[in-house]
Write a protein that binds this ligand. Sequence first.
Ligand code: ADP
Ligand code: MG
Length: 263
Amino acid sequence: AEAVLRESEKLSAIGQLAAGVAHEIRNPLTSIKGFVHLLAQKAGDEDKSYYDIVKSELSRIEGIVSEMLVLAKPQAISYKPVSIQNKVQEVVNLLSAQANMQNVSITVDSDEGASTYGAPICGASQDGVPGARELFPMGDGNQLKQVFLNLAKNAIEAMPTGGSLSIRIQHLVDKVTVTFTDTGEGMPPDHLVKLGQPFYTTKMDGTGLGLVVSKRIISNHSGRIDFQSTPGQGTVVAVTLPAVSAVGSMEHSHLRDSLYSSQ
Ligand code: ADP
Ligand code: MG
């Protein structure tokens, strides 16, 4: 435990530095983007394509910087009950335009409605807060949404000429799994082992940080991510989160404690 503590202290010092640098890069970046945009409007046709490259590279820097900020900031998780289905739906809404453009169909199928006890759930979800008898992970809704966004984006990006992404949410006895299955290009085994290494990307405009961020968030939530892939056929990414069923008015902190002690 001591080694783990020392490791996390080291990480937090590096993290603070990285967060500071990322933050400082952001402001000049924003002004560069603004002026490039202005210049691009005045540019002749010939120069337009150069500006497009500049803009896309600036977006990439922006992506790296914002992912660095997520990684570097010690992520205080405010544990609240999270409706996974709501978060997944928000992500699907965000990505629907991109999916359409790429001829990718997205389906979401959830067993939300079956409770741990085999009885249907009576409490309806409101504002993302699950009903009283629902089974839910305790976690940070925004962070979990970020993970689902990263995974769904990767799936869509793996299907440049179309395909289907199916997202399946399953509530099990003490956990919730969210599975992303795509019919994309897939990965050979030697790529699979590199997933989650910082800056590992096979994309022209990739940051190679999406899975680093995602793995970090899921491990902070005491969950896990598993990848299975077949080149030419597609990829299955499964996120598993420990979940508890909300019984009556039990205190959330109490739920969280029992969540950890059962780990
Ligand atoms: P980025 O998307 O910026 O490249 P990520 O960390 O999200 O960074 O992903 C790293 C790499 O993992 C991707 O470049 C890609 O090669 C591979 N990858 C991730 N998800 C998938 C997927 N669903 N299908 C195929 N390859 C994937
Ligand atoms: Mg990605």
